[in-house]
Design a protein around this ligand. Structure first.
Ligand code: SF4
Ligand code: SF4
Length: 74
């Protein structure tokens, strides 16, 4: 059993994400996407992480100009 990559941590995307997309290409395993969020399907797109893919490598953290990404304890 290899366990899930987020067993002891998780990539958190803060509310200040603007959906700029700068982090998307920084992820080596393509775990980040821009996805529609918000109540009522406003159509606004913000960063979203596929936690099954994310290895918590941290490569995306410095790519965000708004410091919206952080790895935190689960
Ligand atoms: S921590 Fe690494 S694997 Fe996870 S979303 Fe960021 S760049 Fe991708
Ligand atoms: S780089 Fe930061 S602000 Fe831009 S989409 Fe990614 S998490 Fe959001």
């Amino acid at each position: 059993m290899s366990g899930t990559p987020d067993a002891d941590g998780i990539l958190r995307i803060a509310d200040r994400c603007t959906g700029c997309g700068a982090c998307i290409s920084a992820c080596p395993v393509r775990a980040l996407t821009l996805a529609s969020t918000g109540p009522g399907g406003s159509g606004r797109k913000l960063a979203a992480v596929d936690r099954r893919r994310c290895t918590l490598c941290g490569a995306c953290l410095p790519a965000c100009p708004h410091q919206a990404l952080a790895i935190v304890p689960r």
